[in-house]
Design a protein around this ligand. Sequence first.
Ligand code: LMR
Length: 394
Amino acid sequence: MLSTLKPQPADKILELMQLYREDPRETKIDLGVGVYKDSDGHTPIMRAVKAAEKRLWEEETTKSYTALSGDPAFGAAMKSLVLADSVDHSRVAAIATPGGTGAIRQAFELAKLMNPDVTVWTSDPTWPNHLSILKFMGLENREYAYFDSETCTVDFDAMMESLKEVNSGDLVLLHGCCHNPTGANLTLEQFGEVAELIADKGALALVDLAYQGFGDGLEEDAAATRLLAEKLPEMLVAASCSKNFGIYRERTGCLMAVCEAPLQAPVAQGTLNYLNRQNYSFPPDHGARLVTMILTDPALKADWMAELEEVRTGMLGLRRQLADELKRLTNSDRFDFIAEHRGMFSRIGATPEEVLKIREEFGIYMVGDSRMNIAGLNARTVPLLAEAIAKTCR
Ligand code: LMR
């Protein structure tokens, strides 16, 4: 039977990671996969994570199973981090998942369980793996307009126009902050309008929150999610701890289902637990436990927040430097949007040919759609990238 298998399409982002590894040039620059790197190109373990791991090693007395939902304390900590007091937490069911991707997958599974004919609306563009998972699951996918590739900003009018076609029972996937891959985001006011439309249509919102703390701040980046939670009777949130806690390989995420009333939450919780059981039984615990320890210990939390803030402001500084450098080199404000975008990524509007040229001639790796990971830069490499862009992009 194995001989019947056909090669699967390669994931563009992971494929690029491999190409970068194989490039022998010492001057190469990796702006591909969404992993934070410091100015030495290293992805550090955050101080609070290291301290929590040390404590866990000393204090943990068993590796026996937790609960199908994951440790309930993790769910409680994540509800506070993401939703704060926007909703009564007794309305919210939560499960730990293997990373944010696990939460997305489980959200799609839940949507399918509620409505086998569900149409899932995604922004054009979105994280390619959203589309890949939907296709793999055989779910209907429609795209809503999002990005204006001329101005590299959100085309909100076009977005609202396409969302008019959303039907009752559809799932609308929104990026809570730091849109991946574009870096262009809705204002809070625009999120409010989207919420009203979703409520009017009787659709369900799914917020993908993978970069809380990487955009405008920990609270600011959750503001849209909280606004939606306040305005909508129910919604789903897939939160990732990979980036903001820097625990990528620990696979730590959380799916939250905000129910209309506390009475519905136990059934929603039971269903989420069931979905965990069907897919992988108990979710991974190590990363979730570290996150819980950090979020519930004032000293660890303060240190984590301080380090996260350094990461965030460092990326903002690189954005500013790159935009300034491009302004100087191109003698235009064409690339000013780079300083306005938020999060790890910016889509700069280069053609696939230009992206390839930048890779081949300058050894600078960005995703084929011209998404670059700002955190892959440092003060020394920003001018090199600016020069490559200015020389290559028409
Ligand atoms: C990315 O978009 O680069 C990250 O979310 C990593 C991944 O798994 O694709």
